[in-house]
Design a protein around this ligand. Structure first.
Ligand code: ADP
Length: 634
């Protein structure tokens, strides 16, 4: 096939199903923030120039014939087109198909769904999901991308009306980089006006470190932005507004930064950083790769945004830019992770971020809680991953507790300062929600003694607690594990319920018979020191897998051998006392057999587990209730 015939027959491709859905929404929904398409195109152009600058570090010839990187916006009222052109890295044919036909990033599905549900404001989040390009279909009914990849001779024209398919055809001769041609819809006239474009660029893209130029009808060009790398500017020049706009660009996040950190290290190490803590959780916070997305620049050249050496994973919510003149420009991305200079920068950054967080925690406690609720679960990963900063991280941690309400959060120091007389451990319980944990039977005895219990609701708690072991000389101890050893702590007068006199022998007999009935279903049956109101509860033997962790592992489809638990009986409970009397009079019986299994199932249900044999459970419950009702006359 010759170039001419190929040009005459464009090759057609279908968009991936997910992309089609997104495009349909772009075309048919009426979003208020249509102008964000320009922010997305400029952001892509700026990324493309960053990529070229990086590639040219090892292959300077890529830049040679056209070294001044820039973005050009061209308006043509007659043709009703808006064209955004960059002289960056460009795309070859395979990249066009890959980048502008499919959606690679996970999380997009959720985004498309939220758009489909009519949450119109969400459209400005589009960049976060790696699909910003498609926002052009909010304003254009046809889009062309004319591009040539740096270092390659072939150029291409991608074209689509956004309805199901796109075509690709060789383009006779395009310049290096990419031109995005938007044929504007009838309802998008506003984007043909230079004044409107000027305003949008200044609002969203002023900080872009390349010149953004506007070529108007009169063919005169003007530069629209200040094109300065904001992070290298003196502090006084980084206004709140500029910082916010830059944050939207680097973080792809809406809203305001919760914390802005501007740092300039001089002397032995030279680097500047402009970092942000978002005011909400980024959608990929709990992706398995736990990647930090802060961007590394060397002498204002973008190097990478995928660098573990810059910030630790437990600070992966921090967004922004770090720029240093100490690293060589031709450093390879692969060796960065082990670079000793970068390690020093990392140490400095972590110290500063943790220091600023601690300041917020002490000086603006309510505001700090908003941060902790968003990112506490991530920061706690540092407790076992970063021994060096453990002491600093512990100070940042906040917990809900049994004695406090939903909005009362304690530090570990607060907890230790409020120990009850005779209390020598930091008690905690793990589970899915603080609300559910407050109702757990395992905490009853603690509540009765005024002993506070920390309510741990993050999966990560199962990992840092055993790795730290203690705080302020007090061991961490789970109230749902091992024996409760509460005897040294007095019960509050009002809650004291004496154990019935003479019941000890009955209870021993009851325990022995229940053990016999339950056989292998439990590890042990014993009297409880931790129950005051409930009849029974389950606890894990010390050294066994925590019950909540076992459930978590199961929900993540991990193979976990079922652990046998200990069933504890409350000697003061009416039901247990009645059963004690029953066995002392009649010994083993069908009623006792049923009761033993029902008690175990009851304890399982309170733990959030189903009865081990639902059919047997319902049969037994009916049998026991029938006997009870039959014994009642009338
Ligand atoms: P994102 O930029 O977040 O990855 P987009 O949907 O905006 O998502 O763009 C998809 C991909 O298309 C980009 O990652 C990039 O590889 C490619 N791309 C978009 N615009 C350009 C451009 N002007 N030059 C080169 N590549 C581009």
């Amino acid at each position: 096939m010759t170039a001419e015939t190929a040009a005459a027959t464009p090759e057609a491709f279908a968009f991936q199903a997910e992309t089609s859905k997104l495009l349909d929404l772009m075309i048919h929904s009426l979003y208020r923030e249509k102008e964000i398409f320009l922010r997305e195109l400029i952001s892509n152009a700026s990324d493309a120039c960053d990529k070229l600058r990086y590639a040219a570090l090892t292959k300077p010839e890529l830049l040679a014939d056209d070294p001044d990187l820039k973005v050009m916006i061209e308006l043509n009222q007659g043709k009703r087109t808006l064209v955004v052109t960059d002289n960056g890295i460009g795309m070859n044919r395979a990249e066009l198909i890959e980048n502008l036909g499919t959606i690679a990033r996970s999380g997009t599905e959720a985004f498309v769904k939220s758009l489909a549900e009519g949450k119109a404001g969400d459209v400005s989040l589009i960049g976060q999901f790696g699909v910003g390009f498609y926002s052009v279909f909010m304003v254009a009914d046809k889009v062309e991308v004319i591009t040539r990849k740096a270092g390659e001779s072939e150029s291409w024209r991608w074209e689509s009306a956004g309805r199901g398919k796109f075509t690709i055809v060789p383009e006779p001769e395009a310049k290096r980089g990419a031109s995005i041609v938007l044929h504007l819809r009838k309802d998008a006239d506003e984007f043909l006006a230079a004044e409107r474009i000027r305003h949008i660029v200044r609002t969203y893209s002023d900080h872009i470190a390349l010149p953004i130029k506007l070529l108007g009808e009169s063919r005169s060009t003007e530069t629209l932005n200040s094109a300065s790398a904001l992070w290298t500017r003196p502090k006084a020049e980084i206004t709140e507004e500029k910082a916010r706009e830059f944050y939207h660009h680097v973080a792809h996040m809406p809203g305001d930064p919760w914390l802005t950190i501007h740092l300039r290290a001089e002397g032995r190490m030279e680097y500047a950083a402009l970092l942000f803590v978002p005011d909400r959780r980024p959608f990929d916070l709990f992706e398995p790769d736990r990647r930090s997305r802060a961007k590394l620049y060397v002498k204002r050249v973008f190097i990478t945004d995928d660098c573990e050496g810059l910030l630790p994973r437990y600070l992966r919510f921090v967004r922004g830019v770090v720029d240093t003149s100490d690293l060589p420009l031709n450093i390879s991305r692969e060796t960065l992770q082990h670079n000793p200079l970068l390690a020093k920068i990392k140490t400095g950054l972590v110290k500063r971020v943790l220091g600023d967080l601690e300041k917020k925690a002490t000086e603006a406690a309510p505001d700090y809680l908003a941060f902790w609720k968003n990112f506490g679960a991530v920061v706690k990963e540092g407790l076992y991953e970063d021994q060096e900063n453990r002491a600093g991280l512990i100070k940042l941690a906040r917990f809900q507790s049994l004695n406090g309400g939903a909005e009362d959060w304690l530090s570990l120091d607060d907890y230790v300062a409020r120990l009850q007389e005779g209390q020598d451990a930091i008690y905690y319980i793990t589970g899915d929600s603080a609300e559910a944990l407050r109702k757990s039977p395992q905490v009853e005895g603690f509540r009765a003694r005024g002993v506070d219990v920390l309510l741990m609701t993050d999966a990560v708690d199962h990992f840092w607690l055993p790795s730290i072991g203690e705080h302020g000389g007090k061991q961490f101890r789970s109230v749902a594990q091992g024996s409760a050893d509460l005897d040294a702590i007095k019960v509050k007068e009002s809650d004291a319920k004496p154990e019935p006199a003479g019941a000890e022998g009955e209870l021993d007999k009851l325990i022995a018979l229940i053990k016999l009935s339950l056989g292998n279903a439990v590890k042990d049956v014993r009297r409880s020191a931790r129950l005051t109101d409930s009849a029974v509860c389950l606890v894990a033997d010390s050294g066994d897998l925590d019950m909540h962790l076992e459930r978590l592992l199961r929900t993540h489809q991990r193979e976990v051998a079922t652990q046998k638990r200990i069933l504890e009986l409350n000697p003061r409970h009416r039901l247990i006392r009645a059963l004690g009397t029953l066995v002392s009079k009649a010994g083993a019986s069908d009623t006792l057999e049923d009761a033993a299994h029902l008690l175990l199932d009851q304890a399982r249900i309170v733990e959030g587990e189903p009865p081990s044999d639902p059919a047997a459970f319902s049969r037994r419950l009916s049998a026991v209730l029938s006997r009870a009702f039959e014994a009642q006359p009338g």
